[in-house]
Design a binder for this molecule. Structure first.
Ligand code: NAD
Length: 485
C-alpha cells in the first residue's frame, strides 16, 4: 500500500523526550525554520511531552533558549519566533506510568489532521510509548510514529523493536529516521542517477573501478565514553548510515519515485551483500591520546575495551551490476577532519593516445560530499589551457548547489527540516522500512561476532586512521581519498 500523501495544512506533532538534547538541538530549530519558510501554519500544535514537571510557559522558555542557541541570529525573526512559541504546548508525562495519557488525548486536535508522535527518547521506551498511544485510542489513519537510531544492537533486538512497534502501528505509519537520508546531496544522488542519461549507462562493474564511502569525525567519544563503548563504530555508523549510502549508490532504478519502490530496491542491495568472512577485509581501530584529549581507552573508562572507534572494510555486492566492484567503507572518530562523502572511482581509460611530457591521465571520480560544503564534483582530465602542445591536467566539474543557492538568497535545509515535514506529509521515501533495518543487521551481526573479542589496532588522533586501513586498499593497488575538509 502506498502511504497517503497530504499537503501540510495543519498538524499535531507530539515530541516525547522534548526536553532532551535531540529535541532542543535539532527538532525545535528545524520546526522553527520550516515555519519561517512558510511551511508550518499558525494552527499547527507542537506538544512537548517529557518526564520533567514543568508548565507550558517553562517549556516555551526552554524552546526559546534552544532557538537562541541553535539558530543563527540572522535567521531569527522576533515575530516568527513568537508565533512559533505560541504553537507549543507541554505535557509532563512519565511514559512508564498509566496516568497522563488521557491528558495527552485532550491536548490533541480532533479535526482529522495528521498527528505525528516523535519518539526522541531511549529505545527502551519505544514499546511502552507505542502501547500508551494505542491504549489511549489515538491510532487512526492520520497517525505517524517516528523513531531514531539506535534501532536495535543486533538482529534479534531489531526484530523485537519492530515487533513492539508493529503490534500498535502498521508499517505505513512507522518512520525510522536516518538523518543522512535527509541530506540534500543524498537526494541529489538519486536525481543525478535517475534524471540524467549520462551516468546510468556507466553505473556498473564495466566502468566503475570501486566506490569509497567515508564518514570521518574530528570529535572523539568524550562525555559519553561508557555509552559509546557499549556500541562502537560498526553499530553506530556502519549498520545504518554507511549501509544506507551504499544502498542508494548501488540500487537498481526503482520503477517510480515512491516509498516502497525505492525501499524495495535498497533491500535487494542489502540482501545481495556478500558475507564478510575474510579477516583481512576489515580493520578496527582505537585512537591514541593526543593534545586534544585522552586515548579511546581512557575516554571509554575501560582499559581493556575491544570496542572500535574506527572501522574500514571492503564489501562486495553479488549481482550482475556490481560483481567484482569493491565498496570500501570507512568511519572513525578523532580523525583529521569532519568529512562525509561517497566517491565513485571510474576505471582508467583503456588506451592513451597522448605521449610526451604531462600527458598522464587520471581516472574520473564522482564525489558526492555530504559534509562539510554539500555538493557534487566530477574530476575530469582536460587540456592544460595555454600550455604549448597537448599537455593534460585535471579539473573538477563542480555541480555544487550550495553556492548557487546562497547566491540566490536561499539556504540548504537541515536534514531534520526535510524529514520532519516528510513525516507530516506522509511520505516514507527517505525512511527505512523494518525489513531494511533487519537485513542490515543480518549482514553486520556475523562481522561483529567474529571481531568483537579482537583487540582493535591503535591509530593517531588527527590522522586518517590506522596503517592497516591504508593497506586494505594498497594491497588492491588502490588508495583512499584524502580526509580533508
Ligand atoms: P536525552 O537523554 O537528552 O533526552 C531524553 C528525553 O527523554 C528527556 O526529555 C527526558 O525527559 C525523556 N524521558 C526519559 N525518561 C522518560 C520517561 N520515563 N517518561 C517520559 N520522558 C522520559 O536524549 P537525546 O540525546 O535527546 O536522545 C533521544 C533519542 O534520540 C535516543 O534514542 C538517542 O539515541 C536518539 N538520538 C539522539 C541524537 C542526538 O543528537 N542527541 C542523535 C541521533 C539519535
Amino acid at each position: 500500500m502506498v502511504a497517503k500523501v497530504v499537503p501540510v495544512d495543519s498538524f499535531d506533532l507530539v515530541v516525547f523526550g522534548a526536553t532532551g538534547d535531540l529535541s532542543r538541538r535539532k527538532l525545535i530549530p528545524a520546526l522553527y525554520r520550516r515555519m519561517a519558510d512558510g511551511q508550518i501554519p499558525d494552527t499547527a500544535r507542537i506538544i512537548g511531552a517529557a518526564r520533567s514537571d514543568m508548565d507550558v510557559q517553562a517549556f516555551r522558555n526552554m524552546a526559546a533558549e534552544a532557538l537562541d542557541r541553535f539558530v543563527p541570529p540572522e535567521e531569527l525573526d522576533q515575530s516568527i519566533r513568537d508565533r512559533f512559541l505560541s504553537c507549543i504546548d507541554y505535557l509532563a508525562l512519565d511514559v512508564t506510568k498509566e496516568a497522563g495519557w488521557a491528558d495527552l488525548r485532550s491536548l490533541l486536535s480532533d479535526d482529522g489532521r495528521p498527528c505525528a508522535y516523535y519518539l526522541s527518547v531511549a529505545p527502551r521506551f519505544f514499546g511502552v510509548i507505542a502501547d500508551g498511544i494505542r491504549k489511549a485510542g489515538l491510532v487512526n489513519d492520520m497517525t505517524r510514529i517516528v523513531v531514531e537510531k539506535p534501532l536495535g544492537r543486533d538482529l534479534a533486538s531489531a526484530q523485537e523493536l519492530n515487533n513492539q512497534l508493529s503490534q500498535c502501528f502498521s508499517e505505513q505509519k512507522i518512520y525510522r529516521i536516518d538523518h543522512y537520508l535527509g541530506k540534500e546531496t543524498v537526494q541529489n544522488l538519486m536525481a543525478l542517477r535517475f534524471a540524467n542519461a549520462l551516468f546510468e549507462p556507466l553505473w556498473n562493474a564495466r566502468y566503475i573501478d570501486h566506490v569509497q564511502i567515508t564518514a570521518a569525525e574530528k570529535v572523539g567519544i568524550e562525555g559519553r565514553g561508557p555509552y559509546y563503548d557499549n556500541v562502537g563504530a560498526m553499530r553506530d555508523m556502519v549498520q545504518n548510515h554507511l549501509l544506507q549510502l551504499l544502498c542508494l549508490t548501488a540500487m537498481e532504478p526503482p520503477s517510480h519515485f515512491a516509498p516502497d519502490a525505492v525501499r524495495d530496491e535498497k533491500l535487494k542491495v542489502l540482501r545481495a551483500l556478500e558475507p564478510l568472512t575474510d579477516p583481512a577485509d576489515i580493520v578496527r581501530g582505537q585512537y591514541r591520546k593526543d593534545s586534544i584529549g585522552g586515548s579511546y581507552l581512557e575516554e571509554a573508562e575501560n582499559p581493556d575495551s575491544r570496542t572500535e572507534s574506527f572501522v574500514a572494510l571492503k564489501a562486495g555486492i553479488s549481482n550482475w551490476r556490481w560483481s567484482g566492484v569493491p565498496f570500501y567503507l570507512r568511519t572513525g572518530k578523532r580523525l583529521r577532519s569532519r568529512v562525509s562523502e561517497i566517491a565513485i572511482r571510474f576505471k582508467d581509460i583503456p588506451h592513451s593516445i597522448f605521449s610526451g611530457p604531462q600527458t598522464a591521465t587520471k581516472p574520473n571520480i564522482l564525489a558526492i560530499r555530504l559534509q562539510p560544503d554539500e555538493g557534487i564534483t566530477l574530476s575530469m582530465t582536460v587540456k592544460d589551457p595555454g600550455q604549448g602542445g597537448m599537455r593534460l591536467t585535471d579539473t573538477d566539474l563542480d555541480m555544487s548547489f550550495a553556492e548557487s543557492l546562497t547566491h540566490s538568497g536561499a539556504r540548504l535545509p537541515d536534514a531534520y527540516e526535510r524529514l520532519v515535514m516528510d513525516v507530516i506529509r506522509g511520505d516514507q521515501t527517505l525512511f527505512m522500512r523494518g525489513d531494511e533495518v533487519e537485513a542490515a543487521w543480518a549482514w553486520i551481526d556475523p562481522i561483529i561476532q567474529a571481531n568483537s573479542s579482537i583487540r582493535p589496532v591503535q591509530y593517531d588522533s588527527g590522522s586518517s586512521g590506522p596503517e592497516d586501513a591504508l593497506m586494505l586498499l594498497h594491497r588492491d593497488g588502490r588508495r583512499w581519498r584524502e580526509i580533508s575538509a
